[in-house]
Design a protein around this ligand. Structure first.
Ligand code: ANZ
Length: 961
């Protein structure tokens, strides 16, 4: 009998697979295509550790599964090899990055071969190969022609250690994503891709993507679409306008001051002579801070008044103009209308600097119970005032009305505001005079506004939608004239402050009283509701008011509806050596001219010294022979662009290059992209925005160019967790806790055990820890499979009367494993296979006779995606001369899964005492007697006759003593 020896079988099969090139995918094959791949690796000097191998185990299992399902599978591989590590290594050692990259790629390729990944190596790509980046450069020129690539002077994140510009996405918490040092801002001329032109289209497709929700949310937030309005404020005594962007134009009446970002072009010039020094100093300090610092929550807001005023276009009110660093220069218009009552940042600022706060949105409360509005009644809208009348000496006036013989309503004095131009104050005076007869009012002060809707039966069966506020009204009690009291319409009570709460029986007024006691003059938690303190728009719901106010502003020519995005254009240029040169030639006469297609690639020249000098320029700027060239348009002397592209450019289209990687005439043949695109499953454990947004952006552009069949490049995205070190920390070379996959393989476990173990560790989207015990366990399992086949001989082929039981097991396992792999639940699929093997062993020891060929073949086929080498060997041993990789995936027959026996659990007084295997059609009486006759049950029962025996069909017999 042969021993399981992966050290021998694995290289044998790897050789066979390489020799017959069986994983080479055929373009245009009739079988349904399936395109699966992982995010291509950066070939680092350290090689892959077992954590990195996880991704390849997943991709390969999917590729193998799909092949067995009859798909034309392509599983390509390539190298994302531009970037800083190779360049930094070159700076340190003088070795050309190209040389190191080549060595690293050879090492990675060897590792992947040794794990048995079924890669189509004929499609291999390497982004640093001029034959590859030639096409990245070509895409750049296409972007340029389409006005999607442009150069602009701008303030950029600058890493003082790596001496390079960084994209927003590469700055994490104010630090460089690579080296972790604090980043700075520097003004430089840079190249950008206009991804913002595609913001809406990219956003639109997100809901339909079969991608993890967290990535979809991250992209949605990153794009950050804000629907709002631009509003123009005149500046008092000057010609300039200040335009603000607001998502809440409905709150315009509550704008009590304007705030400019320190970078705003008017920030300095609006300072009055008196305020100039303060303003200048404030701005000088603020521009040095990072956005993160400026916007961090909880940071105390600071600012200065310019001394100038703006005019609120909606009501002509004069409001002060401030400069504060919580407003960002690069977002919207760099200016905001501050609505302190409804915006937290503005509130904090207004409170600190004692600026006015006006509530303009009142919570919209719909009453319930008897007062609930009815859909079949008309709704009348009315502004109301309610007066909390006091004598200023701690006594409060309440109105008392008889509603029936047994019931009185007690509430504040109040009523509607007359539509004909009556002011709030007039309405209050009129109501107080009419209802309780006090003509002398000492003061009026607004308490929190409210709004709501309720039904009123007494007045013509109507719903009432009301809005308004409570007002504290201090009156002179000594003068009183005739009022409704004398007409006997209602009575009044003067109550001391402490008793009011127990007397009021209108719930809305009780809330007004509580707000008054709490000193809540405004309700700053309100976001949506009815407008108050908003002139002609009072009583309008905020959702409608947003549109109505913008329409009014548009009509007046002082505002317009506007959509803005958080996302900025994609900064693509790097002042580094190890990247694809930007294919642009600068000519004095013709400006930036793209290098014509027939002159591509612009090959990166070899240089003697790779170290940047910190002058903001690439080392390429020192290669004068290379820099000096001629203009493609006029032939006069011109200079090459010396910036290179960020590596993200090359990785934004590599999935398409895989469809046609050897094409020397085109980036790819659209017919091939038409066949292979989109990627059916893309697997990775890194990136949420950057790379995954850029591939989408480029693919949308390619779609518009007619080069790809669909807008979206990736149908299903699978995000896997990490395999961490044994102690739960992240594997990293610097920590010395990495597990080397080749060491695991060479230790005798083999690649199959490694792969199967990695997938057995847990659900793939979660993090798991490496375990040396665990891999030994999986190795033992593979041994058991091996041995099972070794023990299989002629006598096992005899067949037997009992094959039904084996059939049930095989079909049930096939179903479970297939469903699980489809769901990418590899750990449970492997567990089911382990159980299957245990069951097969059990049957064997029981002397079970049947034809074992089919069950063993099924086992081998089902295990193939995880342990391809061993199963290929066993397939041969089972007498099969076909390629297991392309063998049809086993199917199952539902009717065979239904077992003809059932497992009955027997409990005595609620405790499990026995398990019985009985035929499914055993009658109830026989099940019960079998349970009672069981010797364990007998032990617990003694001689006692049970008081109760209950049978739950097919599952349980419960015996009560
Ligand atoms: C008035 C207002 C009232 C606002 C209110 C909000 C709530 P998002 O949704 O993130 O786009 N804003 C505008 N430009 C800004 C800038 N450059 N820096 C800081 N804040 C800025 O946010 C848009 C809102 O953020 C805008 O709407 C504006 O404040 C503020 F109850 O205007 B809002």
């Amino acid at each position: 009998m042969r021993r399981y020896n992966p050290t021998e079988t694995e290289p044998k099969w790897q050789q066979i697979w390489a020799d017959d090139a069986r994983y080479r995918a055929k373009d245009f094959d009739d079988k349904p295509k399936y395109y699966v791949t992982g995010m291509f690796p950066y070939p680092s000097g350290a090689g892959m550790h077992t954590g990195h191998f996880f991704e390849h185990s997943i991709v390969d299992a999917v590729a193998r599964f799909r092949r067995a399902l009859g798909h034309n599978v392509v599983y390509p591989m390539g190298w994302d090899s531009f970037g800083l590590p190779a360049e930094n290594y070159a700076i340190k050692t003088g070795t050309a990055p190209a040389v190191v990259t080549k060595q690293n790629i050879a090492n990675f390729k060897n590792q992947l071969t040794r794990v048995g990944a079924s890669i189509d190596w004929s499609r291999e790509i390497n982004t640093t190969d001029p034959e590859y980046y030639k096409w990245t450069q070509w895409v750049f020129t296409q972007m340029f022609e389409r006005d999607l690539a442009y150069q602009k002077e701008s303030l950029q994140w600058w890493c003082p250690v790596d001496k390079t510009v960084l994209a927003n996405e590469q700055v994490e918490g104010g630090k460089c994503w690579r080296c972790g040092s604090e980043v700075e801002k520097k003004s430089m001329k840079q190249w950008f891709f206009k991804i913002t032109d595609y913001a809406d289209e990219l956003l639109e497709e997100i809901p339909d993507l079969n991608w993890p929700e967290k990535i979809k949310t991250a992209q949605t937030n990153w794009i950050g679409r804000s629907q709002g309005a631009e509003i123009d404020f005149a500046v008092e005594g000057r010609d300039e306008l200040i335009t603000v962007f607001s998502t809440r134009p409905d709150t315009l009446f509550g704008a009590t001051f304007l705030v400019l970002a320190p970078e705003h072009p008017l920030a300095r010039s609006l300072a009055t002579d008196e305020m100039r020094e303060n303003v200048e100093k404030y701005i000088d300090d603020a521009v040095k801070k990072s956005e993160i610092e400026r916007q961090s929550e909880g940071k105390e807001k600071t600012g200065v008044w310019t001394g100038s005023y703006a005019v609120n276009p909606v009501n002509g009110e004069k409001i002060p103009i401030w400069v504060a660093d919580y407003v960002l220069g690069g977002y919207g218009t760099g200016a905001v209308m501050a609505v302190p009552a409804h915006d937290e940042r503005d509130f904090a600022f207004a409170t600190k600097y004692e600026l006015p706060i006006v509530q303009v949105v009142a919570e919209y409360e719909v009453l319930s119970g008897k007062l609930a509005p009815r859909e079949d009644w008309p709704t009348r809208k009315k502004q109301v005032v309610d007066a909390i009348i006091t004598d200023g000496e701690g006594n409060y006036l309440l109105q008392v009305e008889k509603v029936s013989d047994t019931q009185e309503d007690v509430h504040f004095v109040g009523g509607g505001v007359d539509e004909e131009d009556e002011s709030i104050e007039m309405a209050l005076r009129r109501e107080i005079l009419e209802e309780v007869g006090y003509p002398n009012i000492i003061s009026i002060r607004q308490v929190a506004p409210f709004s709501g809707v309720h039904a009123q039966r007494t007045i013509k069966n109507r719903n009432h939608q009301t809005w308004g506020a409570y007002y504290e009204v201090v009156i002179d009690k000594t003068v009183q004239v005739d009022s409704e009291i004398e007409q006997g319409l209602h009575g009044v009570i003067w109550a001391p402050k402490s008793e009011v709460v127990d007397m009021i029986n209108w719930s809305t007024h009780a809330k007004g009283w509580r707000d008054y006691l709490a000193g809540k003059l405004i309700d700053t938690d309100v976001r949506e509701g009815l407008l108050v303190n908003s002139g002609a728009f009072d009583g309008t719901h905020t959702s409608e008011a947003r549109e109505e106010i913008v329409a009014w502003l548009e009509q007046q020519g002082v505002g317009r509806s506007k959509v803005i995005y958080k996302m900025r254009d994609w900064l693509i240029s790097r002042q580094r050596y190890w990247g694809a040169p930007i294919p642009i030639i600068h000519c004095d006469e013709h400006g930036a001219v793209p290098v014509p297609a027939d002159q591509l690639p612009v090959v990166l020249p070899e240089v003697a010294d790779y170290a940047p000098k910190g002058d903001g320029k690439s080392v390429l700027a020192r290669e004068t022979d290379w820099v000096n060239t001629t203009c493609p348009t006029c032939g006069k002397p011109a200079k090459r662009e010396t910036d290179t592209m960020d590596g993200y450019a090359c990785s934004s289209w590599y999935l398409l290059r895989y469809t046609d990687s050897q094409n020397a005439k085109q980036a790819w043949d659209p017919a091939k992209a038409d066949y292979w695109s989109p990627v059916d499953m893309y697997i990775g454990g890194d990136h949420a925005v950057a790379h995954l947004l850029y591939v989408r952006f480029w693919n949308h552009v390619f779609y518009d160019m007619g080069l790809v069949p669909e807008k979206e490049p990736v149908k299903q995205l699978v995000y896997h967790g990490l395999i961490q070190a044994e102690d739960g920390t992240k594997m990293s070379k610097s920590k010395g806790n990495v597990v080397d996959p080749l060491e695991v393989i060479d230790a005798g476990y083999g690649a199959d055990a490694l792969r199967t173990f990695e997938l057995f560790l847990g659900p793939i989207n979660e993090n798991s820890n490496w375990s040396s015990k665990g891999i030994a366990g999986v190795y033992r399992f593979l041994n058991r499979v091996w041995t099972l086949v070794q023990e299989y001989d002629e006598s096992d082929k005899a067949g037997g009367a009992d094959s039904k039981k084996l059939d049930t097991l095989t079909h049930a396992t096939t179903k479970k494993v297939t469903d699980d792999i489809r769901r990418l639940s590899f750990n449970t699929a492997i567990a089911a296979l382990m159980e299957y093997v245990n069951d097969l062993y059990k049957l064997k020891t029981e002397g079970f006779t049947a034809d074992w060929q089919q069950p063993l073949e099924t086992l081998v086929t089902l295990l193939q995606p995880f342990a391809p080498h061993m199963t290929a060997e066993l397939w041969e041993q089972l007498g099969r001369d076909t390629q297991l990789d392309f063998e049809q995936w086993p199917s199952w027959d539902e009717s065979k899964i239904i077992s003809d026996t059932m497992m009955i659990i027997v409990q005595v007084n609620g405790k499990l005492r026995a398990k019985l295997e009985l035929a499914v059609d055993t009658p109830e009486e026989d099940v019960k007697s079998a349970a009672l006759a069981d010797e364990h049950v007998q032990q617990f029962l003694g001689d006692k006759k049970p008081t109760k025996v209950i049978y739950v069909p097919g599952r349980l017999v419960s015996i009560v003593k």
